[in-house]
Design a protein around this ligand. Structure first.
Ligand SMILES: NC(=O)c1ccc[n+]([C@@H]2O[C@H](COP(=O)([O-])OP(=O)(O)OC[C@H]3O[C@@H](n4cnc5c(N)ncnc54)[C@H](OP(=O)(O)O)[C@@H]3O)[C@@H](O)[C@H]2O)c1
Length: 281
């Protein structure tokens, strides 16, 4: 894809999952990549991995350790990064964490951590890069989720953070247009990455059943959809036909269809789980 040739792309969360798959893909299109996350070992392994996908050996692939939830750190490190590598043409904010449980089990600290990483993370990075990007335009990509478009059982913390990410993206789309910065927000259903392994440990059976309705995608597929959508300056990017169809039904019925189906699925999952508990006794 010509859009990415020689472009400088920064990806937070670029050491794993969707961020890593997108970095590999954009490297194969000729982009220069700076990946950001916290764990240096994972970052360094990802840098070597992404380098193998480059179209040419002159392309830069570098990594940088930064906690996106820590605003003081982001404010101090971003100017340093820009001075060293340059102003991003594409800034993709994929760093995020998952959590799922019954609301009554999600203590304040767990809720707070998800909000700090998934909401303040993109907020901190967008604000720190903006002074540099606003002179020349570019693309800003925020990773939200289907859980940021449709409320889901078990996702009171994660869903709240991802609805906020959609809200942030909506406002920035409108505000940053005058700087020729195109904003995209990506809302995938479940994707096969390490985030879901951690989340599965406490995901309620009802949440598992509801989540399965929207489909299951590979990170490579999601990366292709993101790359295409961003190059076309698309605002709302929903990877996967089933997820797009679900969101369409949700919108046209003002939420009635998705809520009705969700309630039925939750009821069935609870019955099934109660039956298997009795059978297990
Ligand atoms: N996988 C899914 O089912 C799915 C579905 C919809 C939306 N999403 C969203 O897509 C994005 C990427 O998720 P993924 O599935 O690719 O997850 P992943 O494989 O677990 O990757 C998450 C990345 O974020 C980084 N990260 C986490 N907290 C960070 C922090 N405080 N500062 C800097 N980097 C941080 C991680 O590295 P370190 O831990 O080393 O920092 C890692 O590189 C997330 O925003 C997620 O909510 C995922």
């Amino acid at each position: 894809m010509n859009f990415y040739r020689d472009k400088l792309v920064y990806i937070t969360g670029g050491s794993s999952g969707i961020g890593l798959s997108t970095a590999r893909l954009l490297a194969s299109y000729g982009a220069n990549l700076i990946i950001i996350a916290r764990d240096e070992k994972k970052l360094s392994d990802a840098r070597d991995d992404i380098s193998g996908f480059r179209k040419s050996s002159v392309q830069t692939v570098e990594f940088f350790s930064m906690d996106v939830a820590n605003n003081a750190e982001v404010e101090a490190k971003v100017p340093e990064l820009v001075q060293k590598y340059g102003v991003p043409d594409v800034l993709m904010l994929s760093a995020g964490v998952g959590t799922a449980d019954y609301f009554e089990n999600i203590r304040f600290d767990a809720f707070d951590r998800v909000m700090k990483i998934n909401v303040y993370g993109p907020r901190n990075c967008a604000q720190a890069f903006l002074p540099f990007m606003k002179d020349r335009g570019g693309s800003l990509v925020i990773l939200s989720s289907m859980a940021g478009l449709i409320g889901m059982f078990g996702y009171s913390a994660y869903g709240t953070s991802k609805y906020a990410a959609v809200g942030l993206a909506e406002c920035l789309r409108s505000e940053l247009k005058r700087f020729r910065i195109a904003v995209s927000v990506v809302c995938p259903p479940e994707v096969d990455t390490p985030i879901i392994v951690e989340e599965a440990k406490s995901l309620p059976v009802e949440g598992r059943a509801v989540k399965s309705m929207a489909g299951f995608l590979t990170p490579d597929y999601v990366a292709r959809v993101i790359a295409r959508g961003v190059a076309r300056k698309k605002f709302l990017i929903i990877p996967g036909f089933v997820a797009r169809a679900m969101y369409f039904l949700h919108r046209v019925s003002n939420g009635t269809i998705s809520r009705t189906i969700s309630d039925m699925v939750v009821k069935r999952a609870r019955k099934k789980s109660a039956k298997s508990r009795v059978a297990g006794k």
